[in-house]
Each structure stands twice: as structure tokens, then as C-alpha cells.
Design a protein around this ligand. Structure first.
Ligand SMILES: [Zn+2]
Ligand SMILES: [Zn+2]
Length: 81
């Protein structure tokens, strides 16, 4: 299931080496299968470079509290460009 996966960061949009980033870090999820927290969207596709940058910049707690939507993450990446 590797098709049609592109990095969801505008301006990046790499279509290789993508992974699924969970908007709610594992410790905060309802269960280990990644059931969306409060029924909200949990998954975002990122390339490994964007993903690494995100996790180097923020601790899971910050991701959970502040960067738990695609919009917030896209906004972060547009700031650092
Ligand atoms: Zn991640
Ligand atoms: Zn990317």
C-alpha cells in the first residue's frame, strides 16, 4: 500500500520515503491500533525528512497539545521555510 502517498507539507510533497505520522503520539492514543482520539483525524502522511524535523523540534507532549492537527503542522513548516 505504497501508492498515492505524498508528503502533506505544501512545498515538500515528496512521493517517496513517506510514512504515517500520528497526530496523537502513541502514549496518548486510545489504543495501540491508533484509534483516532475523540474520533478525530489521527493520520498524516509525511516524508521521512519532514517527519524527522517535526520530532526533533517537538516533544510528544508538545505535538499532542499544540500540533495535533494537520493545519498546525503545516503552519509550523511554513514558518521555518
Ligand atoms: Zn510522527
Ligand atoms: Zn516532506
Amino acid at each position: 500500500m505504497q501508492d498515492n502517498k505524498i508528503c502533506e507539507i505544501p512545498g515538500c510533497q515528496k512521493n517517496e520515503n513517506t510514512i504515517i505520522h500520528h497526530l496523537y503520539p502513541r502514549n496518548y492514543r486510545c489504543n495501540r491500533r491508533g484509534v483516532p482520539y475523540n474520533g478525530r483525524q489521527d493520520k498524516m502522511i509525511l516524508c521521512i525528512d519532514c517527519h524527522r524535523k517535526l520530532h526533533k523540534t517537538f516533544k510528544n507532549k508538545e505535538l499532542f497539545n499544540l500540533y495535533n492537527t494537520k493545519e498546525a503542522i503545516v503552519a509550523f513548516f511554513s514558518q521555518i521555510k
